[in-house]
Write a protein that binds this ligand. Structure first.
Ligand code: ARG
Ligand code: ZN
Length: 853
C-alpha cells in the first residue's frame, strides 16, 4: 500500500489468496415480494459443511440489505453483521439457512442487483451484484440449483431455468443446472414478447422469446434470427446443444454494459438487441448479431463451465469473444471481421496495455472486479485463444475443446484447467505459452532480413515494455504467420507459421530465385507491435499483391499512417503514391466493397497520436486533426471527376437488408459521400437525407451535412422525427459532438448536458455524450482543457449514482502521458479533483488512482 493511502483505502484482493468456501450449497429457494421501494426477499438455503474443512467460518456476502429475520434449522438466530456481509454460528452438519431481507429496487441507481428501469424490475448480478439481493456466498465457485417464486402484479415475471407453475400474482421457476449466483436473474414488468422456437440437434423443441416494452415488438425479428443462427452454429461448430425448455431474452433501457448471459434469461441493453431498418444502422445490426451470439455461447463457455474466481474472468470472456468472432466470420466476411477486430484491438486494447491501466489477461489483484471487464480480458483474451489454435492447429484445437467440455462440465475452472486440456490433447508443454496470461504489455517484434544465394532469413527480436508491477518480461511463444512474394507479385512461399520462443530468433527459407518481399504476421497471427523498416514502395506492392487480405489492408494502413505522420511532423503534402494507390483500389470493382471501405477508412487520430508518441514525439491533437482534414480534402479533389459515378455505383437501392454484402456497399458509399460533400457543399448528402428510408443512409447523410456545417435543418428534423426513440436519440446526441470543430466540441457537449433529454440515470445517454466527447480526439484534448473539465465534472456527478459506469469512463484519461506538459497538468488537476471528491466510490477511486500512479 502506498504511503499516502487514506484510511478508507479499498481492500485489495489477490489471486494467490484463493481459498474454497467451507460449505456446499445444495439448493437455493428464493421468494420475491415485489414492491418498488421495499421488495422482500426470502431465502431458504441448504448448506453442508465440506468434509475436511475444519470449523469453516460461515460468512455470507450482503450489501445494502435490511435484515428482517434469520433462522437456522427453523430456530431464529441473530447473525453478526459485518462490513460487506454477516457471520453466524452454524451446526457442523447440514443445515437450512433462512433469511428475509428488504431491498429498494427503486432507489438502486447503480443498476447492480435488483433495480428498476422504466417501471420494470430487472437484475444484473455479474460480478458481485447478488449480494445486493440477499445474503449469500456470492462467489462463482459456489454453484447450486435455484427455485424462485415471484409475487407481484406485473403481468410478466421471469427467472432462470424452466417455468414450473404460475397463478394470479405469482410465478415459479426452477433452474435445474447448478450455477453461481452471478448468473441469477429476475425480470418483472409489463412486457410483450416476440416468440419463436428452435429444434435442437437431438430433436428437443425450445421455446424462444424476446421480451420488450410495448411498442418495441417490431424491433425483435432480427435478434431472433441471430439467436437461432447462434444456436445452430454452436451445434455445428462446437457440438453444443441448448439444455433448457425455454430461452428468454429481455431488452432493458438502463443497463451498465452490453448484455448478460444469465442462465436461460439473457438480459440485454436494449441498444444491443432492438433493431429495425428505420432506427438501426448496419453497424448496429452487425453488433447485435454478435452480442446475441456472444451471450448465447456463454451457455457453455461461462455457464455450464464457469470461473473458479474472478481472476479467471478471461476463461469465459476471452473464449466466448473468440467464439463469437468465429461465428461472425462464418456468417459474414472472415477477412473483414478480422480487420475490424484488429482495428478495435489497436484502438482500445493497445492503449490500455501500454498505459497505467495495463494488466495481465489474468490479473493477479483487483479492488473492484467491475473495473476488469476490459479490452485486455475480452479482446486480448480472445487473441490468446486464437494464438493457441494457430499453434496446435484446427484439429487439435477441436480435440482439446471437446476434452474441456467433457472433463469440466458443471465445474468452476481456472486457466490452468484450460491449458491442461490442450497439453493433454496435444502432448505439448504450454508453460511458456502461459506467459500470455501472466505478463501484461504488448510485445514489440523487431524484424530484420537477409538474402544470400537463394536463402532468405528473417530475424525477429521480441521485447515488452514494463507495465505496472512488472518491470521485466520473459520471452513469449509467438506464432508468426509468414508468406513470401516474388518480385512479380506471385506468392513464392505460402503461409507458414513460425514459432518464435526465444528473445531473438532467425528463420530461413531456401530455394528462392530472388529476394522475396515478406508478408509478416498474416491474419494478425499475434497481438504484437511489428517494427520493420520498409519502404512505401514495398507497402504499395503488398497492398496490390498480397494474398492475405489482412496484410493487404495492413499495408494500406501503414501507408496511410506514414503519410499522416509526415504531414504532421514535416508539414508534408499528402503522399502522392498513396493517394494513387487509394484511387486505384476505390475504382477496382473486383474488390469487396467492405474491404475497400476499410482501406479507405483512415487511421484514427488517436492512433496517429500513439504512433507519434512511440516514435518519441509529443503529439499535437490540433495538427493531427488538420492533417486528417487536409488529407481528405486532397483525396476528394483528386477524385473529383469520378466521385459522382462512384457514388452512384455504390448506392444500394431497393428494400433494405442488413446482410454483409449490402452493408459493405453502404459503408463504402457513405465514405464516398463524405468525400463528395467536401466538393458539392452537401447537395448530394441533402438529397440522400431526403430519400433515405433506413437509418444507415439517413445517419450517413446527416453526418456529412453536420461536418460540413450544412446540416442544421436536417438535424432539427431528425430530432423531431426521433425524439421519442431513446436509441436513435443517443445517436443524435453523439453526432452533435462528433461533428463539432475541435474548439467547440466541449461547449457543444456542455450544452447537451443541459438538454432536457440528457440524464445521468441512463448509461447509454451518458455514454452518448461523454463517450463522444472523449472520442473526439482534438476536441477532448483541446488546449483550453474544457473537455477534460467537463468530463471530470460529469464523472463526479455520475459517481454518486452509478459508480460502475463512472469508473469505466475514467479510462478516457488513460493516455494522458502521451501529451505535452500543459495538457498533462490540466488532466492531472482533473484527476486529482475526482480523486479528492468526498465519498468517491471504490470503483472510481481504484481507476483514478491507477491512472495517476
Ligand atoms: N458477462 C457479460 C458479458 O460478457 C458482461 C457483464 C459484465 N457486467 C458487469 N457489471 N461487470 O457479456
Ligand atoms: Zn461475455
Amino acid at each position: 500500500m502506498k504511503d499516502a493511502a487514506p484510511e478508507t483505502a479499498p481492500e485489495t484482493f489477490y489471486l494467490k489468496d484463493y481459498t474454497p468456501f467451507g460449505f456446499e450449497v445444495q439448493s437455493v429457494e428464493l421468494t420475491f415480494r415485489l414492491a418498488p421501494g421495499a421488495t422482500r426477499v426470502q431465502s431458504r438455503i441448504h448448506f453442508a459443511p465440506k468434509p475436511g474443512a475444519a470449523n469453516p467460518e460461515f460468512f455470507l456476502h450482503g450489501e445494502q440489505l435490511s435484515l428482517i429475520s434469520a433462522a437456522v434449522d427453523g430456530a431464529p438466530v441473530t447473525p453478526t453483521l459485518t462490513e460487506g456481509g454477516l457471520t453466524c454460528n452454524v451446526p457442523d452438519q447440514p443445515f437450512v439457512w433462512e433469511a428475509e431481507v428488504e431491498i429498494d429496487p427503486q432507489g438502486n441507481t447503480a443498476l447492480e442487483g435488483l433495480y428498476m428501469s422504466n417501471g420494470m424490475y430487472c437484475t444484473q448480478c455479474e460480478a458481485e451484484g447478488f449480494r445486493k439481493i440477499t445474503y449469500y456466498p456470492d462467489r462463482p465457485d459456489v454453484m447450486s440449483t435455484f427455485k424462485v417464486r415471484i409475487e407481484g402484479d406485473e403481468p410478466v415475471k421471469l427467472s432462470n431455468g424452466n417455468p414450473t407453475a404460475s397463478g394470479a400474482g405469482w410465478a415459479e421457476w426452477h433452474d435445474p443446472w447448478p450455477k453461481p449466483a452471478y448468473l441469477f436473474a429476475l425480470v418483472a414488468g409489463d412486457l410483450v414478447n416476440h416468440p419463436d422456437s428452435f429444434t435442437t440437434m437431438s430433436g428437443k423443441e425450445v421455446e424462444l422469446n424476446i421480451w420488450v416494452r410495448p411498442g418495441d415488438e417490431g424491433k425483435c425479428a432480427f435478434g431472433m434470427e441471430a439467436l437461432k443462427k447462434s444456436m445452430k452454429w454452436d451445434e455445428d461448430a462446437y457440438g453444443r446443444e441448448y439444455d433448457l425448455d425455454i430461452f428468454n431474452i429481455v431488452a432493458v433501457d438502463d443497463f451498465n454494459m452490453g448484455a448478460m448471459e444469465n442462465k436461460g434469461l439473457n438480459i440485454f441493453n436494449s441498444s444491443c438487441v432492438l433493431a429495425s431498418p428505420e432506427t438501426s444502422t448496419d453497424a448496429n445490426f452487425e453488433r447485435i448479431e454478435a452480442i446475441i451470439a456472444h451471450e448465447y455461447f456463454h451457455n457453455w463457455t461461462g455457464n455450464r463451465i464457469t470461473c473458479r474466481d474472478w481472476f479467471q474472468l478471461c476463461l469465459k470472456e476471452g473464449l466466448t469473444v473468440f467464439r463469437d468472432a468465429q461465428f461472425t466470420a462464418d456468417m459474414r466476411s472472415a477477412p473483414v471481421k478480422r480487420i475490424s477486430d484488429v482495428i478495435d484491438l489497436r484502438a482500445r486494447q493497445f492503449p490500455e496495455d501500454g498505459g497505467p491501466l495495463a494488466h495481465p489477461v489474468r490479473p493477479e489483484q483487483f479492488q473492484e472486479i467491475n473495473n476488469f471487464y476490459t479490452a485486455t480480458i475480452y479482446e486480448k483474451g480472445a487473441e490468446v485463444i486464437g494464438m493457441l489454435k494457430r499453434l496446435v492447429g484446427d484439429e487439435d484445437y477441436a480435440k482439446a475443446v471437446t476434452l474441456y467440455f467433457d472433463r469440466h462440465d458443471g465445474q468452476a475452472c481456472t486457466i490452468e484447467d484450460w491449458l491442461k486440456v490442450f497439453e493433454d490433447a496435444t502432448g505439448r508443454d504450454l508453460s511458456q505459452f502461459k506467459r500470455w496470461y501472466s505478463q501484461a504489455g504488448t510485445p514489440h517484434l523487431k524484424v530484420s532480413e537477409d538474402y544470400a544465394d537463394g536463402t532468405y532469413t528473417l530475424t525477429f527480436e521480441q521485447s515488452t515494455p514494463p507495465t505496472p508491477g512488472q518491470p521485466d518480461k520473459d520471452p513469449r511463444v509467438i506464432p508468426i504467420a509468414v508468406g513470401l512474394l516474388g518480385p512479380n507479385g506471385d506468392e513464392v512461399c505460402a503461409t507458414r507459421v513460425l514459432e518464435m520462443t526465444e528473445a531473438k530468433q532467425s528463420f530461413t527459407f531456401d530455394g528462392l530465385a530472388a529476394k522475396p518481399v515478406p508478408s509478416i504476421l498474416r491474419e494478425f497471427s499475434a497481438p504484437v507491435i511489428l517494427e520493420r523498416e520498409t519502404s512505401n514502395a514495398e507497402r504499395a506492392f503488398l497492398l496490390a499483391h498480397d494474398t492475405d487480405p489482412f496484410n493487404r489492408w495492413e499495408a494500406g494502413n501503414a501507408l496511410a499512417r506514414e503519410a499522416r505522420v509526415a504531414m504532421v511532423l514535416e508539414g508534408a503534402a499528402p503522399d502522392a503514391d498513396y493517394l494513387d494507390a487509394l484511387q486505384k483500389l476505390l475504382r477496382d470493382d473486383s474488390q469487396d466493397p467492405a474491404f475497400r471501405a476499410l482501406v479507405l477508412s483512415p487511421p484514427s487520430q488517436s492512433d496517429i497520436a500513439q504512433t507519434l508518441f512511440e516514435r518519441g514525439h509529443v503529439p499535437d491533437p490540433q495538427k493531427i486533426f488538420d492533417a486528417a482534414e487536409t488529407f481528405a480534402q486532397t483525396l476528394a479533389q483528386q477524385l473529383a471527376d469520378s466521385l459522382p459515378r462512384l457514388y452512384a455505383d455504390t448506392t444500394v437501392s431497393g428494400a433494405y437488408s442488413p446482410d454483409a454484402i449490402s452493408s459493405g456497399k453502404r459503408d463504402l458509399n457513405g465514405r464516398i459521400l463524405s468525400l463528395l460533400t467536401r466538393l458539392d457543399g452537401g447537395q448530394q448528402a441533402a438529397r440522400q437525407y431526403e430519400d433515405a428510408d433506413n437509418m444507415t443512409q439517413q445517419y450517413a447523410a446527416l453526418t456529412c451535412l453536420l461536418k460540413a456545417e450544412k446540416g442544421d435543418a436536417q438535424s432539427q428534423a431528425f430530432f423531431e422525427q426521433w425524439k421519442g426513440d431513446r436509441l436513435v436519440m443517443d445517436k443524435w446526441f453523439a453526432l452533435q459532438i462528433a461533428s463539432a470543430a475541435p474548439e467547440t466540441a466541449a461547449s457543444v457537449a456542455r450544452d447537451l448536458t443541459q438538454h432536457e433529454l440528457f440524464t445521468l440515470k441512463n448509461p447509454n445517454r451518458f455514454r452518448a455524450v461523454m463517450g463522444a466527447l472523449a472520442g473526439h480526439h482534438a476536441g477532448f484534448h483541446h488546449a483550453s482543457g474544457a473537455g477534460y473539465r467537463l468530463l471530470a465534472e460529469n464523472l463526479i456527478a455520475l459517481d454518486k449514482l452509478n459508480p460502475q459506469t463512472t469508473a469505466r469512463m475514467c479510462a478516457a484519461f488513460q493516455t494522458w502521458k502521451r501529451y505535452d506538459a500543459d495538457r498533462q497538468a490540466l488532466i492531472r488537476t482533473e484527476l486529482e479533483r475526482i480523486a479528492g471528491t468526498e465519498g468517491l466510490s471504490r470503483d472510481t477511486t481504484e481507476m483514478v488512482t491507477r491512472i495517476l500512479d
